[in-house]
Design a protein around this ligand. Sequence first.
Ligand code: SF4
Length: 208
Amino acid sequence: MKIGGFLEQSLLDYPGFMAAVVFAQGCNFRCGYCHNPTLVLPALFCNALPESLIVGFLEKRKSWLDAVVITGGEPTVHPSLPNFLRQVRSLGFRIKLDTNGTNSSMINYLLNNGLVDYIAMDLKGIPGDWAFWQKVVGINLSSKVRLNIEHSINLLINASVVSEFRTTFIPDLHTDEIIQQIKESVSGADRYTVNVFRDGCLVNNALV
Ligand code: SF4
């Protein structure tokens, strides 16, 4: 997997656990509000960190870290993600995956093979309102990608792992009514959270 960044410890990224955070390089969306352009735009990529470096660090720190969070960028664009997660799992860590939900077959594989404990998926708008989604994600969504997103939502709602959906609230696009409808569309999930985006910054994270 191409790894563009690594955070040695965090108490914010996996609720209730001390976690290391691995940032995957590359993403198939181009959200205008993205706070990680160096992980999204190839022209801004740094040299990728070797998996062996990360796994070696985790092995040394496994006595005081509980979990590893895989975020990005979009981790599921990497076919080698399952192999990386197997290495992490073999060290005994809990695993949380952050995803935009566009690779439902990868998510299904990870669930079926016990390679995740927690999945947090971005919901950019009301599922099915693809014209709105396209305004947020900055690309056209093919019918295949739309189906994948819907499939990922169903997988998470019915999964035995912890499922979270989350939306970054963009004042020029989202309304309270839209947020309420998104929340209702995933009412079977464990959590729905909203990040508030103002003046170029994510300023708080509120459970709704
Ligand atoms: S899906 Fe996430 S990482 Fe990708 S462009 Fe959008 S905000 Fe950035």
